[in-house]
Design a protein around this ligand. Sequence first.
Ligand SMILES: *Cc1c(COP(=O)(O)O)cnc(C)c1O
Length: 227
Amino acid sequence: MPPEAADITDRLARLTSRINEACRKAGRDSSQVSLVAVTKTLSADTVRAGLSAGLTVFGENYIQEAQAKINEINSSAVWHFIGHLQTNKAKFAVRLFDLIHSVDSIKLARELNKRAESAGRGIPILVQINISGEESKSGVSKDQAEELIHEVLEFPHLKTRGLMTVPPFFESPDLARPYFKALRELKEKIGPPLIDLSMGMTGDFEVAIEEGATIIRVGTAIFGPRA
Ligand SMILES: *Cc1c(COP(=O)(O)O)cnc(C)c1O
């Protein structure tokens, strides 16, 4: 095993026990929480090391970077798109990814639906909500969220599975709790077919799990700090 793979294996073991502990504390089964290993800025070799450590689902933020990596790796890895998606990149996103976490406008939804139709498939998506209202964050505003979700649910080639958010960064992860809770409440208000809550990163995944996350997106805790 290359040294990098050994480091990843160690960090992943620690992460897994923290995930299990957070699930236990929340009275949830750990099979209800899936892990997306975030590999933005990391090399294809690092992704391969992740695969050999047992990771299966990878998250990428930039289409061009992801495309190069995905082509190079050419394995059974599952890829999720978690970054801000420009409408003119929708056709690539539909080809490359199994789940798009970041649908945040009707324009983007319409284009993804069209591209999914021509690709002859349904594309699973999440709607990204800017729960905190921070200007620097992508996502539809909380005020407009319900309207957008209902519109997105009408598109026949989008399989709308749930919601995603990135809360503000806090030194103390407990301060992110109200944002996770608000995302869960929004999902519960709308109900099925919304199932998934993509929330929680290295700094706050335990709180996110306690508040109902079904997908956590973790980079640093698995791969170490990004350069
Ligand atoms: C980078 C990124 C992550 C992972 O962040 P870490 O703090 O390294 O775990 C998760 N979600 C999104 C949207 C990101 O851009």
